[in-house]
Write a protein that binds this ligand. Structure first.
Ligand code: AOF
Ligand code: ZN
Length: 367
C-alpha cells in the first residue's frame, strides 16, 4: 500500500526533474480512505515545496489524511517557510517519507517535529528510487559539486568519429531523441572547444513537439579561440553560455564576448601542463548552484574528467557498427589505466535499447 502511493508521489516528483536546482525534485500525494485526493510537486527553487502544493490542493480533505512525500518535509525557514509546520497545521494524521533529507538544515528534524506533534511517521519507503531521482541534489548538498554524467555516442570499436576531427553522427535518431531528453533534465551541458570547432553545436534542447528546457551551455576553451559566430554564442537559448578560459587570452576578444547578452567569461586556474583544471571548473559551477552537468565530449574532455575522477555516471550509446582506423576513440589523453585493477569501471550497470543502438549506463567506481 505504502509503496503504491509512494510510486505515485515519485511520478509527481519527476515532473520537476532538471528544473529545481539547487533544490531537490520532490513529489507529494495526499490519501484518504485509499484514494488519492491531492497531488503536488516542487516546480522551481524559491517557490512552494511539494507538500504545500498538495496541501493546497487537498484543502479541508487533508484533515486526518495520510501524506506521502518522496523527501522528508523541511523544518527550516529557507526561501519558504517550514513544510513540517504546515503539514501539522493542516491536520495530517500520518506522513510516509521516501528519503530523509540530508540537508544539514533538515537532516531528520522534519520527521522529529512531525512526531512531536503526534503525527505517525514512516520512513524509507522506496528510498532507493527517491534517492535515484535526486542524485544531483544529493551530491551537491554533500560536496558542493555538481553530479557529472558523461554521455557519448560511439561505434562497437569505441570510436566517436569516422575520421579524426570529422563530424557526422555515429548513432541513430532514437539515441538523438534520448540525448535531448537528457539535456532537458540536467542543469548544464559541457563540451571542449574541439567539439565546438568540429561540430558547431547549438547545445540547446529540442524535444518532439515541445521546446523542453535548455541547460546552461559550458565550453572549456583555454585560449579563448572560439569563433565569435559559433552557434553556442549566437543561437538563442533560455539559458546562458559560460566560457571557461585561462588568464592568457586576447583581452579584446574577451571583452567583446563578455559584453554580449547571455555570455559570461570565467577565468579559471590551469593544471601544471597548462590546461583548464576540470575540478576547479566543477567547483565554480557548484558555487553557482548547478547540481548536474552533462559532459558531451570530446575525447580529451572525457579523458581529463575520468583521469581526475570527476565522472559519476556514464551513458554510452553504441551504434551496431565498426569504424576501424581513422576515428577518434571515446577517451583520449590524460587517462592511462595500467591494468584491470586500476581502470575506472562501471558498477550498477544496465543496458537499454534505443532504436538499433544499445545504451550501457553505470556509476563510475575509481580505484
Ligand atoms: C524543495 N522542495 O518540495 C522540499 C524541499 O530554500 P527553500 O525554502 O526552498 O528550502 C530548500 C530546502 O528544503 C532543500 O534544500 C531541501 O533540503 C528542503 N526540502 N526542498 O525545494 C521540496 N521538500
Ligand atoms: Zn519544505
Amino acid at each position: 500500500m505504502h509503496r503504491r502511493f509512494m510510486r505515485r508521489a515519485l511520478v509527481e516528483a519527476r515532473k520537476g526533474l532538471g528544473r529545481t536546482a539547487p533544490n531537490p525534485c520532490v513529489g507529494a500525494v495526499i490519501v484518504r480512505s485509499g484514494q488519492v485526493v491531492a497531488t503536488g510537486y516542487h516546480r522551481q527553487a524559491g517557490t512552494p515545496h511539494a507538500e504545500i502544493h498538495a496541501l493546497r490542493d487537498a484543502g479541508s480533505a487533508a484533515r486526518g489524511a495520510t501524506l506521502y512525500v518522496t523527501l522528508e518535509p523541511c523544518s527550516h525557514h529557507g526561501r519558504t517557510p517550514p513544510c513540517a509546520h504546515a503539514v501539522a497545521e493542516a491536520g495530517i494524521a500520518e506522513v510516509v517519507i521516501g528519503l530523509l533529507d540530508p540537508n544539514p538544515l533538515v537532516d531528520g528534524s522534519g520527521a522529529d517535529y512531525l512526531r512531536s506533534r503526534g503525527i505517525a511517521v514512516v520512513t524509507g519507503v522506496l528510498e532507493e528510487q527517491c534517492r535515484e531521482i535526486n542524485r544531483p541534489f544529493l551530491k551537491h548538498i554533500a560536496t558542493s559539486l555538481p553530479w557529472v554524467v558523461l554521455k557519448a555516442g560511439l561505434s562497437l570499436d569505441g570510436r566517436i568519429t569516422f575520421r579524426r576531427g570529422s563530424r557526422g553522427a555515429v548513432t541513430g535518431d532514437a539515441t538523438l531523441r534520448q540525448v535531448h531528453r537528457m539535456r532537458d533534465q540536467c542543469d548544464a551541458i559541457l563540451v571542449g572547444i574541439g567539439t565546438i570547432v568540429i561540430d558547431d553545436p547549438s547545445l540547446t534542447t529540442r524535444l518532439a513537439g515541445r521546446r523542453g528546457r535548455d541547460p546552461v551551455r559550458i565550453v572549456l576553451d583555454t585560449s579563448l579561440r572560439i569563433d565569435e559566430q559559433a552557434r553556442v554564442l549566437c543561437q538563442q537559448s533560455m539559458a546562458s553560455t559560460l566560457l571557461f578560459c585561462s588568464a592568457a587570452v586576447d583581452p579584446g576578444k574577451r571583452e567583446r564576448l563578455a559584453a554580449r547578452p547571455g555570455i559570461e567569461i570565467i577565468e579559471t586556474a590551469c593544471t601544471a601542463d597548462g590546461r583548464l583544471d576540470p575540478g576547479e571548473v566543477l567547483r565554480l559551477l557548484g558555487v553557482r548552484g548547478i547540481t548536474s552537468v552533462l559532459v558531451e565530449g570530446g575525447a580529451a574532455v572525457h579523458g581529463a574528467f575520468l583521469a581526475a575522477r570527476l565522472v559519476d555516471r556514464v551513458n554510452l550509446f553504441y551504434a551496431p557498427i565498426f569504424i576501424g582506423d581513422g576515428g577518434n576513440s571515446v577517451v583520449e589523453h590524460y587517462l592511462a589505466a595500467s591494468d584491470r585493477n586500476h581502470a575506472p569501471r562501471l558498477v550498477n550497470t544496465s543496458i537499454k535499447r534505443f532504436g538499433e543502438d544499445l545504451m550501457i549506463t553505470g556509476d563510475v567506481s575509481y580505484h
